[in-house]
Write a protein that binds this ligand. Structure first.
Ligand SMILES: O=C(O)[C@@H](CO)OP(=O)(O)O
Length: 229
């Protein structure tokens, strides 16, 4: 029976400032570093074995993974980094304060931008310096893959192929993967693992820095999941 651990990165500086983040590459806050340490200590204390690790191209997730691995004395493990585990791209909302945006556009509009399954946030305008095509991280990718904003449904379309190609085969071999990613890229994955409807996923939030453990049966079906606290 294999075990998957998923962790949303520790609190970031823009989580702290309540700003839409998406693909903006902000760092962890001091609290986020502490959350990552505690996550690693918990995994070690519970004796959870990790064989393979996966994260995004964003430093808040990469640093969280490194801190977790350091606490577990597993810094020697290979790390696979993929843009497909990046946070959902928040388009032109990136950088805006969430409370100020709600005061301007209304709570309902902001709730829809943040949590509805199919709504795409306002796109980053053509020529915007923040477009991923201008970022060295994404230079090797087909420009047609690079979003100007994403719905959760669009995020599912990139997370699931990575899951199927890279992580499912590891579980099938009975090995335990650890994924450190983001609130919405993990909601995309959890929607599929828990078989949640487009409506059910709206109310699901994943806290920062708390390991979420999935146990799989011999047919690689998830049988149980729980947060480590
Ligand atoms: O700003 C973001 O990128 C995400 C995660 O912090 O926020 P939200 O919870 O609004 O989807």
């Amino acid at each position: 029976m294999a075990t998957l651990v998923v962790i949303r990165h520790g609190q970031s500086q823009w989580n702290l400032e309540n700003r839409f983040t998406g693909w903006t590459d902000v760092d962890l806050s001091a609290q986020g570093i502490e959350e990552a340490r505690r996550a690693g200590q918990l995994l070690k204390a519970k004796g959870i074995h990790i064989d393979a690790t996966y994260t995004s191209l964003l430093k808040r997730a990469i640093k969280t993974l490194n801190i977790v691995l350091e606490e577990m004395d597993l810094l020697w493990l290979d790390v696979v980094k993929s843009w497909t585990l990046n946070e959902r791209h928040y388009g032109a909302l990136q950088g805006l304060n969430k409370a100020e945006t709600a005061a301007k556009y209304g709570d309902q509009q902001v709730a829809e931008w943040r949590r509805s399954y199919n709504t795409v946030p306002p796109l980053l305008p053509e020529g915007d310096p923040r477009l991923p095509i201008n970022d060295p991280k994404y230079q090797s990718l087909d420009p047609a893959l690079l979003p100007r904003a994403e719905s959760l449904a669009m995020t599912v379309q990139r997370v699931l192929p990575f899951w199927n190609a890279q992580i499912l085969p590891v579980l099938t071999r009975g090995k335990n993967p650890l994924i450190v990613a983001h609130g919405n890229s993990l909601r995309a994955l959890v929607k599929s693992l828990d078989n949640l409807s487009d409506q059910e996923i709206v109310s699901l939030d994943i806290p920062t820095g708390i390991p979420l453990v999935y146990e799989f049966d011999e047919d690689v079906r998830p049988v149980r999941h729980y947060y480590l606290e």
